[in-house]
Design a protein around this ligand. Structure first.
Ligand code: KIV
Ligand code: ZN
Length: 517
């Protein structure tokens, strides 16, 4: 039987480190449930010690998502390891992931330490984690820019201290595939004990080589790949899960390894993460981009009509693309059909969320003849993306046109449950709304991005508004959908403000600047 490569998903941790991305607790749970259904071997649920909100989100996933391993990332300091364990101790199969830099540039300039003290710290924190769980992963951060002998020594010592997975991060996306493969071979050959642990890789995409580097490492003997849905992650992102899975499946003849992921879930997972992250993949993105299976030239179309394999190395159905037009619901559709379609799209809502989403669906179906998958995804995204506490929009009235000065009257309910109203003019209706909300909430922000797209075609389509605001150096993303784009604009802005006020996920964004890897 071929060797198995473990898929370790870090969408909820490294993925959430992408600039401007912050998932709500509900969104994190939905993504984790879908990853579990997909069959990933390990879910890195977050960085538990980063903030109380991160701790709660990791803890909730550890308690509610069974059937897969749940990991949390920890700096090599006692508090992170202890809190990390508290967050995941209820998981069916918990893993503590400790990291510490191994490159001289990090040791000297970021940690301001020396090699010996770093080695001691790594050993001690792996041993501390080992007291809690038998499953401990260690990552020498910036491994690919480190002195090779030093990394090997560090790996030997953490294996002796109890690490069961040694993960090699190409933290800044610096490696080149054949060089990275030799790095992995060297570890397997020269680090005592490496043959008894899992050698893992974690590649970043700064040179667009993360998937190529990960596959080269698999060829050299790595048996765990760390990746994210859509390649989401710090800077240019991480190795993309869908590319890794499909390369290993499609080129099993060459790579000679197996994986346990069901590819049917790749497109639903990609869409879910795009929606929740407010970050769309480019149309030519492999596997999950809109054009990934579209043929434009006549010669290609002719070939595909005669035999699909002439120009397709994968079957779009195999990765979860639905053939033909999308599934359509109408106001006559019942709750069972609604729930079943949401399940096909990868969502697993509890009774309260399902009821709220169904009410919203019925309101939309009253006004829109055709409600398709994109509308359903928008309804769930809108619903789960709202922090449970914070400011709420009560009402909004707009005046605008060719002769009127644009103005908005807005009533909000405050986090303390008090109603307040205000009115302001602006350069246009959206500006008037923002000025009014800014005054009512007292939030001082800088607008980084405002965009409106249409969820479906047609004049009755829902508008999808994304807004990114900068507060105290951290970016917060808010999204909302509504058939009235001015209402959607107001709700998206309030959503972004709430993410800041509640610290729900904004804490991660703020922490990223100094604490996260
Ligand atoms: O990129 C990196 O080095 C990381 C480690 C913490 C695994 O994310
Ligand atoms: Zn990383």
């Amino acid at each position: 039987m071929a060797d198995r490569v473990r898929i370790f998903d870090t969408t909820l941790r490294d993925g959430e480190q992408a600039a401007g991305v912050s998932f709500s607790a509900e969104e994190k749970l939905q993504i984790a449930k879908l990853l579990e259904r997909m069959g990933v071997d390990c879910i890195e649920a977050g960085f538990a010690a980063a903030s109380p909100a991160d701790f709660d989100a990791v803890n909730r996933i550890a308690r509610e998502v069974r059937g897969t391993q749940i990991a949390t990332l920890c700096r090599a300091v006692p508090n992170d390891v202890d809190q990390g364990w508290e967050a995941i101790r209820d998981a069916e199969n918990p893993r503590i992931h400790v990291f510490l830099s191994s490159s001289d540039i990090h040791i000297a300039h970021q940690l301001r330490k020396d090699r010996e003290s770093v080695l001691q710290q790594a050993r001690e924190m792996v041993a501390r984690a080992k007291q809690y769980t038998s499953d401990v992963e260690f990552s020498p951060m910036d491994a690919t820019r480190s002195d090779v002998d030093f990394v090997r020594r560090m790996l030997r010592e953490v294996i002796e201290a109890g690490a069961t997975t040694i993960n090699i991060p190409d933290t800044v996306g610096y490696a080149i595939p054949d060089e990275f493969a030799r790095f992995i071979t060297g570890i397997l050959e020269d680090v005592p004990g490496a043959d008894n642990v899992v050698v893992s890789v974690h590649c970043h995409n700064d040179l667009g080589l993360s998937t190529a580097n990960s596959l080269a490492a698999v060829g050299a003997g790595a048996r765990q790949v760390e990746c994210t849905i859509n390649g989401l992650g710090e800077r240019a992102g991480n190795t993309s899960l869908e590319e890794t899975v499909m390369a290993i499946r499609t080129r099993a003849d060459h790579l000679g390894v197996e994986i346990g992921v069901d590819p049917q879930y790749l497109v639903p997972a990609s869409r879910m993460v795009q929606d929740f992250a407010g970050m769309h993949v480019q149309p030519n993105k492999a596997i999950v981009g809109l054009n990934a299976f579209r043929h434009q030239s006549g010669i290609h179309q002719d070939g595909v009509v005669k035999m699909r394999e002439t120009y397709e190395i994968m079957d779009p159905k195999e990765v979860g693309w639905v053939e033909g037009s999308q599934f359509v619901l109408s106001k006559l559709s019942g709750r069972a059909g609604f729930r079943s379609r949401l399940e096909d799209l990868g969502y697993d809502l509890d009774a309260d969320e399902l009821k709220a989403a169904f009410d919203r669906f019925q309101q939309l179906a009253d006004r829109k003849t055709v409600v398709d998958d994109r509308d359903l995804e928008a309804i769930v995204m809108d619903r789960l993306g709202q922090p449970t506490e914070g400011w709420q929009l009560v009402s909004i009235d707009i005046s605008a046109g060719t002769t009127a000065t644009p103005s908005a009257t807005v009533t909000l309910r405050s986090p303390d449950d008090e109603e307040c109203s205000g009115a302001k003019t602006g350069t246009g209706p959206v500006d008037a709304i923002y000025q009014t909300i800014r005054e009512l909430t007292g939030v001082e922000d800088e607008l980084e991005e405002y965009s409106v797209t249409s969820i479906t075609e047609g004049l009755d389509a829902q508008g999808d508004v994304t807004i990114r605001i900068l507060i105290d150096g951290a970016t917060h993303t808010g999204r909302a959908t509504d058939q009235d784009i001015l209402v959607a604009s107001a709700r998206a802005y309030i959503n972004a403000i709430n993410r800041h006020v509640s610290g729900q996920t904004g804490a991660t964004a703020a922490a990223t600047q100094e604490r996260t890897p």
